[in-house]
Design a protein around this ligand. Structure first.
Ligand SMILES: [Zn+2]
Length: 283
């Protein structure tokens, strides 16, 4: 067995963890907006109430052998469940490869960074689907992660993981993300006389600022999310053949922007500006 085999095995492990957490993510997405506990009771069919059996609780695959139906009453289950599990499985593997690009990097600081960013991805996917369906961004997936971001940044820098911001940069990032957007919202309301973004978006930007620092991450994320949002908006208008009444909230686009930043941000900013941002691994 070579070191390459070990590295592939680690990625597979990351994928299994990702699928399992994707399954838990489904529970969070359904229950958090309903103010139900995510820990208890176990999953049950919403129609007949029979609990999902442990052997039918296998992420991604169970949906297929059940042919997307309850084993007892045959009520269809949404295809979103396996899709979200597969998405989070994929993101977890990509994150592992991103944070630990080589087996030589496999040590405690990098593993902690993987878990730290993993929590961010978990929050981003969770809030995306909750925001799409309910137009809210839960505090648990946004503002409560600000201390996680600041503490994680401080710990990781202390351990020598230099890609994380310093705790000071993290605090400034959280403050400028949150307060900055609240300011933009107030200005928008003053000029246009209506609400543009919500307080949830400000809480989300505060979390992103805590994880990434203020500059250049936040302007980058806002730019990318605005471009993606505009493209989706235009496509929506062409498809629906009517005016822009896009009923989609902005939170999911900010989440997309944050994922783009996490995976490609440093190299893109470097290409655009020719300025090293100090965000590179091992710098
Ligand atoms: Zn049922």
């Amino acid at each position: 067995m070579t070191l390459d085999d070990v590295y592939v095995g680690m990625q597979c492990m990351a994928g299994v963890f990702g699928a399992l957490f994707g399954s838990f993510l489904n529970v969070c997405i359904v229950r958090i907006p309903e103010d139900r506990s995510v820990a208890w009771p176990g999953s049950a069919c919403p129609h007949c109430g029979n609990p999902v059996r442990p052997y039918d609780n296998v992420p991604i695959f169970a949906w297929f052998w059940l042919r997307g139906r309850c084993r007892d009453c045959k009520t269809p289950f949404s295809g979103l469940y396996p899709a979200i599990e597969a998405l989070f499985c994929l993101l977890t593997v990509l994150l592992f490869r991103r944070v630990i690009p080589d087996i030589a990097d496999f040590d405690t600081p990098h593993l902690l960074a993987f878990v730290w960013y993993g929590w961010l991805l978990f929050s981003l996917v969770g809030l995306t689907f909750i925001d799409l369906r309910h137009k809210i961004i839960p505090d648990g997936f946004s503002i409560y992660s600000v201390p996680v971001g600041v503490a994680g940044a401080a710990l990781l820098r202390h351990l020598g993981f230099m890609e994380a911001p310093t705790w000071q940069q993290s605090v400034v990032g959280a403050a400028s993300g949150g307060i900055g957007l609240v300011g933009v919202m107030a200005l928008y309301k003053l000029i246009r006389k209506r609400e543009g973004m919500g307080l949830g978006d400000a809480k989300l930007l505060a979390m992103l600022g805590a994880y990434f620092g203020a500059v250049p991450a936040l302007p980058f994320i806002i730019l990318v999310s605005s471009v993606v949002g505009s493209v989706v908006g235009v496509l929506w208008m062409l498809w629906k053949r009517k005016g822009l009444q896009l009923a989609v909230p902005f939170g999911p686009f900010l989440a997309v922007g944050a994922v783009v930043w996490l995976f490609f941000g440093e190299s893109m900013v470097f290409r655009w500006t020719g300025i090293a941002t100090g965000w590179a691994l091992g710098s």
